[in-house]
Ligand binder design. Structure first.
Ligand code: NAD
Ligand code: UGA
Length: 479
């Protein structure tokens, strides 16, 4: 994007929402724009205290260094939301937009009440013009609702420009993604004011992002592009996981199939790694949101098409758990199953919608004894994820069936089977010979990420089942 030097200049930024997106994104902006004051605010004082401490609330490789460099210089974390809004020329709204749990659209629609609360707050405290940026992932046309709320609740005549600037970072690589993004997308109205606001935001990014990577669209295209990008990424994973099921039934190897397909430049190699199923806070929520949007627009066939991506993901998780039960002679009652990895992917401590939760639930329902190890997820988070306080389960019952281990070796001791749920690098290089010696026999490994050297493990004595690897590869003797 070519910059127009007449665009309003951004001197102070407020980011509402100090979560996985707001925190890293605005910390990188502070690092790359030392001339801009960046204040990240949140209603959660515990989270803000953590951002101001030596133990940040979010684990991301490289994040500590960025925060240390800028905090107290031009980067601030605060609960004083009103002050930060007043001081800012530009406000990122980076609050959570989870799937609604009740009411109209429950189970599908995005819960926009955090976005609305932030918008009302901006309207009520602002005493000067602001550029408001949707950073949260929102349904198409949310900017229009924000405008109505702003105009109805602010000083008459006060100018607000609303932009859409969806975030495409992935957890675990957030700092790399933010430092060298594939693209920065800015959606605006096509009025001169809308375009000027877009240019002001583009100027912030131009401090480190090459101009050709910053591009502008209309507001609605920008909002929809974010949902579309996540749907397309998740669709690839469900597609390769569907192939994995065929591979296991036929003797094909899903990694070979993915490689062969990915060599076609039109398909490309990325996001074709078969797995126990995708997790994370966004893929499922954003597709459900897209399904709801399609249905509300009278497009049930479109809704059904995208819904299938989620159905296939649920199937992948359930199929994997069933395989464990069937292979262990159709019963895992009182058998110890070691679950290695609890985060939804490596290099993050985030467990939202992680496949490990579904697996542990399935193993518990078969009366197994589950031992969990994850290098980054705090123990308290695992207990929280395995219980639903006040809903169906009590912590006591879970603790009779589940233990949390301090190392992978400890988790695997006396286990009948090891289940790899997250692709942490340390599981590739684990001392598998020691693990084997400490396990009950026959010792099984179920590799839900296809990361271990199955041939080497078989040499040690393990029976190995890797997702998407057919029977010849699983067990050459009986093929
Ligand atoms: P999060 O839950 O980690 O953080 C959201 C924060 O907003 C919380 O700390 C919450 O306390 C705060 N908040 C809520 N309402 C508030 C209010 N009225 N005032 C001040 N603070 C408020 O969520 P997240 O993972 O950072 O996601 C935020 C948005 O970004 C979502 O829409 C998500 O879809 C999108 N997104 C997330 C990722 C990701 O990797 N997590 C990537 C791209 C986009
Ligand atoms: C994803 C997108 O990649 C980001 O672009 C987007 O900004 C973000 O969602 C969001 O909107 O929240 P994230 O969920 O952090 O990022 O991580 P991914 O790398 O996409 O992985 C998601 C899940 O898919 C993980 O469980 C991962 O293990 C799984 N996955 C990924 C596979 O099973 N196979 C693959 O080939 C790739």
């Amino acid at each position: 994007m070519v910059l127009d030097r007449t665009a309003p200049k951004v001197r102070a930024i407020c980011c509402i929402g100090a979560g996985y997106v707001g925190g890293p994104t605005c910390s990188v902006i502070a690092q790359r724009c030392p001339h801009i004051k960046v204040t990240i605010v949140d209603v959660n004082p515990v989270r803000i205290a953590a951002w101001n401490s030596d133990t940040l609330p979010v684990f991301e490789p490289g994040l500590d260094e960025v925060v240390k460099e800028c905090r107290g210089r031009n980067l601030f974390f605060s609960t004083d939301i009103d002050d930060a809004i007043r001081e800012a020329d530009l406000i990122f709204v980076s609050v959570n937009t989870p799937t609604k749990k009740s009411g109209v659209g429950a189970g599908y629609a995005a819960d926009l009440h955090y976005v609305e609360a932030s918008t009302r707050r901006i309207a009520s405290v602002s005493d000067a013009p602001k550029i408001i940026v949707e950073k949260s992932t929102v349904p198409c046309r949310t900017a229009s609702s924000m405008r109505v709320i702003l105009e109805a609740n602010s000083r008459p005549g006060l100018r607000f420009d609303i932009l859409s600037n969806p975030e495409f970072l992935a957890e675990g690589t957030a700092i790399r993604d933010l430092s060298a993004p594939d693209r920065v997308l800015i959606g605006s109205l096509s009025t001169p004011e809308g375009k000027a606001a877009a240019r002001a935001l583009a100027a912030v990014y131009e401090n480190w992002v090459p101009p050709e990577k910053i591009f502008t669209t209309g507001l609605w295209s920008s909002e929809l592009s974010k949902l579309a990008a996540n749907a397309l990424l998740a669709q690839r994973i469900s597609s390769i996981n569907a192939m994995a099921a065929i591979c296991e039934a036929t003797g094909a190897d899903v990694d070979e199939v993915a490689h062969a397909c990915g060599l076609d430049a039109r398909i490309g190699p990325k996001f074709l790694k078969a797995s126990v199923g995708f997790g994370g806070s966004c893929f499922q929520k954003d597709i459900l949101n897209l399904v709801y949007l399609s249905d509300s627009l009278g497009l049930p066939q479109v809704a059904a098409y995208w819904k299938q991506v989620i159905t296939m993901n649920e199937y992948s998780k359930a199929r994997f758990a069933q395989k464990v039960v069937q292979t262990l002679f159709s019963t895992i009652t009182n058998k110890k199953i070691a679950v290695l990895g609890f985060a939804f992917k490596k290099d993050t401590g985030d467990t939202r919608e992680t496949a490990a939760i579904s697996l542990c639930k399935d193993f518990r329902s078969e009366n197994a004894l589950v031992s969990i190890y994850d290098p980054k997820v705090p123990e308290a988070q695992i207990w929280l994820d395995l219980t639903e306080p006040g809903v169906v389960d009590d912590g006591q019952k879970v603790k009779q069936q589940v233990t949390i281990a301090a190392s992978a070796i400890e988790a695997c001791k006396d286990a009948e089977a090891v289940v790899i749920a997250t692709e942490w690098d340390e599981f590739r290089t684990l001392d598998w010979a020691t693990v084997y010696k400490s396990m009950k026999k026959p010792a099984f490994v179920f590799d839900g990420r296809s990361i271990v050297d199955a041939a080497a493990l078989r040499k040690i004595g393990f029976q190995v089942h890797s997702v998407g690897k057919g029977p010849e590869i699983q067990d050459p003797v009986w093929a």
